[in-house]
Design a protein around this ligand. Structure first.
Ligand code: NAP
Length: 453
């Protein structure tokens, strides 16, 4: 075999890193892997999604980082496919492309008032508190300073993260790697009540028990079960009987409902069977109108026509992430994923040669970080099977330098540039008595990447 199989992985979140790991972790086919990311730093949602106070989940980045130590793997940061490099160029430079760019947009609720001032997407708020370079430093300073009662719509783990960040005392969060301006804004927060709003019952919530329980363990904030928590319908009873995780979630809610009233000044209120129908307000949010629902035999909600207003002055919409299309790649608009069979991209019934997909853009925004490992391995097994016969690869591929030549003039962050960012963030954290502080501006990241060069 005269040269390694050249693979581009687009996106350096968990699925991209696990895909690269699966490629270099086998010995049948020699490979070289470029992991391309539009951001100067790798790890995607592990850096810009996982809540900063979830230290053990965030430590997954140490495992992902080791993939970059492999001599056949290069990080190519600050390069956006579709902008700095076209898909056509990638096809020219690499034998195979694995798209792992995730699902970074928020899903819309589609109700009146959704775009009022004071109604924000959880994805944006999470980006801000994790220090995403695309989110302005002051994005939610006013939001926190002017909101006292916030509805968080959706009862998944992102809603739980956002609720916890809003409800923690400063001392419970200031050991984390959040940027300094985020701590300052959270210290100035006027939020006292957070209303978590689920359109179905506690047996249908998609949060996980460990994360849910944490809401009941906060220093300054108590949990109140407000409405709709009964699990007396057949679908909920069946779900509890069949699924231990569901039974555990319901038990946590029942325990909270049985607790004596918590008289601390700050509260998380749980509302179930409340379907948001309108966000009230003229200049900004003044309330959330919800319709009481009932569940059918399969656990789906339908409205009863009875509505009431939850008294809030702000709304965070946390109803899931959504993938976006990449020019030249087939896209399933309904599911917001790239259509594929076990990771091979398909157009209609036909496989698109050389194009693969893994992670959220392959299957949708579900599962925990570890889910992406299995998912990436499935894709890479297909890829390796497709290239098992080396005589079938094109002999005319450009040399590895071709991609570097195409990027000449562009500020690319290579692996050692990322290592310098990493060192700078650790040093910044240490100067404040923390393990790390995230550098949140693109200029700052690029300066750190370049430092000493
Ligand atoms: P999710 O688990 O899919 O939750 C979305 C929530 O939004 C559900 O409660 C859903 O209710 C609700 N919803 C959707 N459309 C709605 C509408 N029109 N009106 C009212 N409610 C609506 O998504 P997520 O919370 O964004 O999390 C994404 C993935 O990341 C999940 O797999 C999650 O577990 C994972 N994650 C994990 C962690 C962790 O492990 N610590 C942390 C963060 C995220 P229905 O069920 O009724 O549709």
């Amino acid at each position: 075999m005269s040269r390694p199989l050249r693979v581009a992985v687009v996106g350096s979140g968990p699925s991209g890193m696990y895909a690269a790991d699966a490629l270099v972790g086998q010995e049948d086919i020699p490979v070289s892997v470029d992991i391309i990311d539009r951001l100067p730093s790798p790890f995607g949602l592990v850096r810009y999604g996982v809540a900063p106070d979830h230290l053990s989940i965030r430590s997954v980045r140490d495992t992902l980082d080791r993939v970059l130590d492999h001599p056949a793997v290069r990080f190519v940061g600050n390069v956006e496919v579709g902008v700095d490099l076209t898909l056509g160029q990638l096809r020219e430079f690499y034998d195979a492309i694995v798209l792992t760019y995730g699902a970074s947009r928020d899903r819309a609720l589609g109700i009146p008032g959704e775009n009022l001032a004071g109604s924000i997407a959880a994805t944006d708020f999470v980006n801000w508190y994790t220090g995403h370079p695309d989110t302005p430093t002051d994005a939610f300073v006013d939001f926190l300073a002017t909101s006292s009662s916030v509805a968080v719509i959706g009862v998944g783990n992102v809603a739980v993260d956002v609720t916890r960040v809003l409800s923690k005392a400063p001392g419970e969060i200031e050991h984390t790697d959040m940027p300094e301006h985020v701590f300052a804004a959270l210290r100035g927060s006027r939020v006292r009540d957070v209303h978590l709003v689920g359109r179905r019952g506690p047996a249908q919530a998609t949060w996980t028990t460990k994360e849910l329980r944490e809401l009941g363990e906060l220093e300054e904030t108590g949990v109140l079960v407000a409405e709709g928590a009964a699990v007396d319908d057949t679908a909920s009873q069946a779900a509890i009987a069949e699924d231990k995780a569901v039974a555990r979630n319901v038990k946590v809610v029942e325990e909270w409902a049985a607790r004596p009233e918590d008289d601390r000044g700050r509260h998380i209120h749980l509302h179930f069977r409340c379907r948001p129908v309108e966000i009230l307000g003229t200049d900004r949010v003044e309330g959330l109108v919800v319709e009481t629902t009932v569940l059918d035999g399969s656990g789906q909600a339908s409205g009863t026509g009875q509505t009431h207003v939850i008294p809030v002055d702000a709304v965070i919409r946390s109803v899931g992430y959504r993938g976006t299309a990449l020019e030249g790649v087939p896209f399933d608009e309904r599911r917001s994923v790239i259509p594929n069979r076990e990771g091979r991209v398909v157009e209609g019934e036909s496989v698109v040669p050389g194009l693969y997909v893994a992670g959220w853009i392959k299957r949708g925004p579900t599962g925990i970080i570890g889910t992406n490992k299995k998912d990436a391995v499935q894709t890479i097994n297909c890829l390796l099977a497709d290239y098992a016969d080396p005589t079938a690869w094109s002999a005319a591929r450009p040399a590895p330098e071709a991609v570097d030549e195409a990027l000449a003039g562009r500020t690319v962050v290579p692996t050692d540039g990322w290592r310098r960012i990493d060192a700078a963030e650790r040093a910044l954290g240490a100067s404040r008595g923390r393990d790390r502080t995230t550098i949140h501006q693109r200029d700052g990241l690029l300066a750190a990447a370049d430092a000493g060069q």
